[in-house]
Ligand binder design. Structure first.
Ligand code: SF4
Length: 241
């Protein structure tokens, strides 16, 4: 069984190619800009059987064949790693490409086993500085970077996602620090900049929760361009989404 928030059976926004995306419930981070805050708590979910999910995914295979697959997103998928092992094992038997979209907030034996059946990782990096990371997510960033080391050692195909938030994650010195260290990692195929937006703000209000970033506007085109240029000093493949 998996605790599921929602499903997109035909997602084309380069995750990569065409994906069946399963958004799972529950996340240990509490990002102040989260645009799906309704995925964070554990108590709102519907349970779905693994076999039923596999059948649903198999039905979408004719739409993507070898150019697509299944992505597990959230929330944070790793909090349900134990049950995901079963799902990914079954998908690999069907030759279906598997991908985790994760912030890598935890590390345990289930997570390690899950990686054996995972073809690629979309890794969210929120901030290289631990204090800023805590301001953004309420959690430390140690696991995230330990995990990136692990991906490099194990040559696991990785795309990095970086949410560019004015005042919080656009500091030039930290962007340089981040990529001077990790820009050499061969496992990282591409980097995606996700400019901050306020589309999720109304959800925070609907949940009767305070939206901390109500005073922050989306970054200007110039600010995004500047960040893109900084990242391109260290990476060949940089995309703004
Ligand atoms: S990691 Fe993702 S799902 Fe979790 S709180 Fe942050 S933005 Fe939301």
């Amino acid at each position: 069984m998996l605790k599921v928030h929602s499903i997109e059976s035909f997602w084309t926004q380069e995750w990569p190619w065409i994906r069946f995306v399963l958004f799972l419930q529950w996340c240990f981070f509490k990002c102040i800009y989260c645009h799906n805050p309704d995925t964070i708590p554990i108590n709102w979910w519907k349970e779905m059987e693994i076999d039923k999910i596999v059948e649903m995914i198999k039905q979408t295979v004719p739409y993507f064949w070898t150019r697509g697959g299944c992505t597990i997103s959230g929330g944070e998928p790793l909090v349900q790693a134990k049950n995901l092992i079963d799902l990914f094992k079954k998908l690999k038997k069907e030759n279906i490409h598997t991908c985790l979209d994760t912030n890598w907030c935890l590390w345990n034996k289930d997570v390690e086993e899950l990686l054996e059946y995972t073809d690629m990782i979309l890794l969210d990096i929120k901030h290289i500085d631990n204090d800023w990371h805590k301001k953004i997510t309420w959690q430390e960033n140690k696991n995230v970077f330990n995990f990136l080391d692990y991906l490099e050692k194990n040559n696991k195909r990785t795309w990095i996602r970086y949410v560019l938030v004015p005042w919080y994650s656009d500091q030039e010195e930290y962007i340089n620090m981040l990529w001077e260290k990790y820009g050499k990692y061969k496992c990282i195929e591409r980097l995606e900049i996700l400019p901050y937006h306020t589309f999720g703000e109304h959800k925070w209000k609907e949940l009767w929760r305070k939206y901390e970033l109500h005073w922050v506007a989306a970054p200007t085109e110039e600010a995004v361009q500047k960040a893109e240029n900084l990242f391109k000093k260290h990476f060949k493949e940089v995309y703004v989404r």
